[in-house]
Ligand binder design. Structure first.
Ligand code: HXC
Length: 523
């Protein structure tokens, strides 16, 4: 920093004092703790901010805030109060950020630490910008007792009231335990670093004393567990840098706030690119699964698909992509897993994603190849009715442009749950390989013609004939198209161009709903 030469001694001292105080804060818990933090490839709180934001764009706030005073905190020093907060830009767009500093009292959250976080959250909401939390904390600051619980409450409250106002993204880069997990859980996206982060409500020791289960931190709440089993993490990535890169990628598909549209990206992939390779991928043989991921990647702008929750509930695929540079959300059945049927986890995953797209004005493309809801006592008793209803609700509630493309089979209740015309799709397309019916031909023939089959002299021949009849009648897209449930049966080769044109047609779509305080989604 340059200074005029004729500064008074007094002013020079004041400036030096400010600089010394700032440097002290910037050193967090001191060299030893900073070195420990970096073991195993983790970054410090400040390095994470520096990596995340455009160079030189960080404007720190509340630098000199000190911890809340009480008897147990007397004489305790907490430079920066265990969290670094401020604003910056990512790709030129403003974001607010807080980064917990584990080197200062384990990044534990006290009243004033929370006040720093709350300040940036409020500024993000007022200015209509995303807020990003980089979590690495031992949780509630034990010495501050109820004040620290109150601090969490202030943050949770804002997580909830700013939900759907501005995007909120949480990175978990270290411990995140106890009730503290609920702040990330209330945000739009959770990204975890593999091997160095964990999230749980009660830790291994308490679990052992209560249920006698023996489990490590990682087995209980590591990134792989939350990426594969619980569905808590939207992305589980290798290390700090990958998580921070993931946040940047994700933000590229999102608008700054709920009043804006996501930014358009410059792309080189021609909007009229033909896709004949789809003819080889998706055959009319309903029993031959194909890679829905390949279908998605063929249709969207090259390399633009960012899958969300890729390893959880793999029978449904959700993620962001671009069509001619415009951000779209994709929901697709995955015929390679459970024949693409919908179960409890898939319903939760899709419903949440649909609502995320809707609150941030991102149009939705639904690709349908679904046999139905997964049969089973386990599913019924665990509430597939309640969970499946979330999907129906989310699609019906969404007012963004919605295009449905039936690639192959679409049966029964799942036909409706995958955004049929009646559930609010603006445009429904089908490929010639599509089949829309109440159920597959075999099941249908066995039920409708049971008596005829039983009473026949040759039941197997009759069954085969009835299955054939039913297939001819319903296993095609033309019955549904004939009744206007499908707007057009389209060639696979020109589908990309048609989707781009149709989304362009729907761009300024407005849809009003009757007044209500808020809906009552089945939870
Ligand atoms: C204050 C804490 C602290 C805490 C750790 N420290 N936890 N200070 N409040 N909760 C301090 C330590 O004294 C130490 O200070 C420094 O942080 C680093 O801690 P270590 O134990 O040396 O680190 P490590 O070995 O890496 O272990 C990390 C840890 C462990 C696994 C997170 O510290 C731990 O179990 N802490 C307690 C976690 C906890 O029970 N939190 C409350 C959860 S309940 P020095 O000066 O030595 O560096 C909760 C409720 C929230 O959060 C409710 C919201 C509604």
């Amino acid at each position: 920093m340059s200074q005029p030469k004729n500064l008074s001694l007094e002013l020079k001292e004041l400036v030096a004092q400010m600089q010394a105080r700032r440097t002290h804060v910037e050193q967090g818990g001191g060299p030893d703790r900073l070195a420990k933090q970096k073991q195993g490839g983790k970054m410090t709180a400040r390095e994470r901010i520096e990596y995340l934001l455009d160079e030189g764009s960080f404007l720190e706030m509340s630098t000199f805030v000190e911890h809340g005073r009480n008897r147990l905190m007397d004489g305790v020093e907490a430079p920066g109060e265990g969290v670094v907060t401020g604003r910056g830009t990512i790709g030129g767009r403003q974001v607010f950020v807080f980064s917990q500093d584990f080197t200062v009292l384990g990044g534990s959250l006290g009243k004033m630490n929370a006040a720093k976080v709350v300040k940036v959250m409020d500024l993000a909401a007022k200015t209509g910008c995303p807020v990003i939390g980089l979590n690495d904390s031992a949780g509630a600051r034990i010495q501050e007792g109820v004040d620290s619980l109150s601090g969490y409450g202030e943050i949770f409250y804002r997580n909830a009231i700013y939900s759907g106002v501005v995007p909120q993204i949480s990175a978990i880069l270290g411990p995140c335990a106890g009730g503290a997990v609920y702040s990330p859980a209330l945000t739009d996206f959770i990204l975890m670093s593999k091997g160095s982060s964990y999230m749980f409500i009660t830790g291994p020791e308490v679990i052992k004393s209560v249920t006698r289960e023996d489990v490590t931190f990682d087995q209980l709440g590591g990134a792989s567990v939350h990426g594969r089993k619980s569905g808590v993490a939207h992305l589980a990535l290798e290390g700090d840098a990958a998580v921070l890169d993931g946040i940047k990628a994700l933000l590229g598909y999102l608008p700054q706030n709920a009043r804006e549209q996501a930014p358009r990206a410059e792309v080189s992939d021609p909007p009229t690119r033909e896709t004949p390779e789809l003819l080889e991928m998706v055959t009319p043989d309903q029993t031959r699964p194909y890679a829905m991921h390949g279908v998605i990647e063929t249709l969207v702008d090259q390399g633009s698909f960012l899958e969300i929750q890729p390893d959880w509930a793999k029978n449904i695929i959700v993620g962001f992509a671009r069509l001619n540079g415009e951000s779209v959300g994709i929901v697709a059945n995955n015929p390679k897993v459970m024949a693409g049927s919908l179960n409890i986890d898939a319903s939760d995953k899709a419903a949440r994603f649909i609502r995320t797209c809707d609150c941030y004005n991102i149009p939705i493309l639904t690709l349908v190849d679904v046999t139905g809801f997964l049969p089973g006592v386990g599913q019924e008793h665990a509430g597939i009715i309640r969970h499946g209803a979330k999907m129906l609700y989310a699609y019906a509630e969404a007012t963004v442009p919605k295009i449905t493309l039936i690639t192959r089979k679409s049966y029964g209740g799942a036909y409706l749950a995958m955004n049929s015309r009646d559930m609010g799709a603006d445009v429904v397309y089908a490929w010639p390989t599509a089949a829309v019916a109440v159920m597959g031909a075999e099941g249908a023939a066995n039920i409708v013609y049971r008596r005829e089959i039983q009473n026949s002299e040759n039941p197997e021949a009759t069954r085969a004939e009835k299955i054939r009849d039913y297939k001819e009648a319903f296993d095609n897209p033309y019955v549904a198209a004939g009744k206007g449930y499908i707007d057009d049966v389209i060639p696979m080769e020109t589908t990309r161009a048609q989707l781009i044109q149709t989304f362009a047609m729907l761009k300024d779509k407005q849809e009003q709903r009757p007044f209500r305080k808020h809906g009552n989604i089945p939870l």
